[in-house]
Design a protein around this ligand. Structure first.
Ligand code: SF4
Ligand code: SF4
Length: 347
């Protein structure tokens, strides 16, 4: 079947309602940018999952970064997105306004030069991310160790996907199939999701990020659902192998161990986080147990949005007191966030 026929099939699909979730912030962004939702029959709904690292970081983590930024001789180094995420009281940007020392960088590697240039200052890198980004921090640490740099710390909020997917399935999220995270799969291999497909009897489609790749994956999922199949199909074979990248897996194993961790808007999910191993504790800025998640604005519905139980427009704050310039919840901050994406399309 060619792509035109797939699009025609998906547009005219009249079977039982199907809810598909993309678990990758970059997919959320690509789906919105390519107008994929407009191609689908009303009976096929796409939901955005917990695939944006900024959005799933609990408020205790932001509060800790703020504390660190206000300590003497300490600078917090971060990507831009994290600056505007609300903590329980304020954002890192607001803390910066009252004297917090915060530097924005485009790559974690930039922290090496900062630390070399100012050996009397401690540089704390805000290390958020999933299976995809965690390996970058291992390279940063490799370099710091090789260069004898001792004034770098990581405040980690690293997460792994399977626990979150299990949590969604165990807690009543309405999902019939998953568009598996493409970048994560490039590191972990497609087989990573086999156990989940089997346990929850739900199909997974590993997809790339172009409009065509997404249509192929969505078509594949709809067909698997119609046929009662619950397996992992890899539609991104140009990038994703069947099994994990051995070198990256060794690096992760060397530096990190699994831990229980809170996902913003959800709960503590056992084994779904990564913490530095004891042998590297001198690089850690106090990352354990940052699991409290007090909302800044109680009306924010990010948690339900993450679980596919509500849409951004269901939130009473959407587009009113919550906008990308003044986000009340994390989903409005990052360009991978569903509230941000829906806001952009509507405006
Ligand atoms: S619109 Fe804002 S407050 Fe509402 S769910 Fe989205 S991010 Fe949270
Ligand atoms: S913005 Fe919120 S809902 Fe969207 S991907 Fe990030 S965490 Fe998920």
């Amino acid at each position: 079947m060619d792509i035109k026929q797939m699009v025609a099939y998906l547009a005219s699909y009249a079977g039982s309602p199907i809810h598909l979730m993309e678990v990758c912030g970059s997919h959320t962004h690509a789906i919105q940018a390519h107008g994929i939702r407009d191609l689908l029959s009303p009976n096929i709904e796409l939901l955005s999952g917990p695939g944006c690292p900024v959005c799933v970081t609990p408020t205790a983590y932001i509060d800790k970064l703020i504390d660190l930024s206000l300590q003497p001789n300490t600078t917090v180094v971060t990507f831009g997105d994290l600056l505007r995420v609300p903590g329980s009281k304020e954002s890192l940007n607001e803390a910066k306004g009252r004297g917090g020392s915060v530097e924005m960088v485009y790559s974690p590697m930039n922290v090496l030069q900062l630390a070399k240039d100012n050996p009397n200052r401690i540089y704390v890198f805000a290390a958020v991310g999933f299976e995809t980004t965690a390996p970058v921090y291992t390279v940063l640490l490799d370099n710091a160790i090789a260069d004898g740099i001792t004034n770098i710390r990581l405040l980690t909020a690293l997460k792994t996907m399977p626990g979150a997917i299990s949590y969604l399935c165990d807690n009543g999220a309405r999902i019939d199939g998953f568009i598996a995270p493409g970048h994560v799969s490039a590191v972990t291999g497609a087989d990573y999701f086999n156990g989940l497909a089997e346990k929850y009897h739900i199909p997974f489609a590993v997809s790339g990020f172009t409009a065509k790749e997404l249509v192929v994956a969505i078509y594949g999922l709809v067909k698997m659902i119609e046929n009662g199949e619950a397996r992992v199909a890899n539609y991104y074979t140009s990038v994703v192998e069947t099994s994990a990248n051995v070198i990256i897996s060794r690096q992760l194993e060397k530096y990190f161990r699994p831990c229980d961790v809170a996902w913003r808007g959800m709960e503590i999910i056992p084994g779904s986080g990564l913490l530095l191993r004891d042998g590297y504790a001198h690089f850690d800025a106090g990352s354990a147990d940052l699991n409290v998640d007090n909302k800044k604005n109680k009306a924010c519905r990010c948690g339900e949005i993450l679980m596919g139980k509500a849409k951004p427009t269901d939130c009473p704050l959407f587009g009113k007191s919550c906008t990308p310039m003044k986000p009340q919840g994390a989903c409005m901050v990052s360009e991978e966030g569903s509230c941000f994406n829906v806001y952009l399309t509507k405006n």
